[in-house]
Design a binder for this molecule. Structure first.
Ligand code: 5GP
Ligand code: ZN
Length: 114
């Protein structure tokens, strides 16, 4: 076990409802869904947040977005729409210190966020 929850989930040391895994990314359902579909996409590599990007993440960040669109389509969200969110740091509402993209869909989402 590492000291990072999502590193442990990526490694399979902590169970999750996993829907995708490849060499660089893992996607799984959020344990406390805020919408009918709520999926988290994480890099296998530990990156604490977007604030910890060092400028080498173009391919990884792009892959996260492309995977989000592919999963959204597979989950039947593309026609009605969905939202992708990356919370960063305390003011961003980040609670798990391993970069993750939220994919939310299946209901109408309000804007602006709280
Ligand atoms: P954040 O607030 O950091 O942007 O989002 C963290 C997300 O991780 C929350 O939506 C929370 O429900 C989810 N989460 C926290 N612990 C676990 C867990 O053990 N398993 C899963 N699947 N999701 C988790
Ligand atoms: Zn981690």
């Amino acid at each position: 076990m590492s000291s990072c929850l999502f590193c442990d989930i990526a490694a399979g040391a902590i169970p999750c409802d996993r829907i995708h895994a490849d060499d660089h990314l893992v996607a799984f359902r959020d344990i406390a869904p805020q919408a009918p579909t709520h999926i988290l996409i994480i890099p296998r590599r530990h990156i604490a947040s977007m604030a910890h990007f060092d400028g080498t993440e173009q391919d990884l960040a792009g892959a996260m977005l492309v995977l989000a669109a592919q999963i959204a389509a597979a989950e039947g969200l593309a026609e009605d729409g969905y939202r992708c969110v990356i919370n960063c740091g305390d003011n961003g509402g980040q609670t798990v210190g391993h970069l993750h993209l939220h994919l939310l869909g299946g209901r109408s989402l309000s804007w602006p966020p709280g």
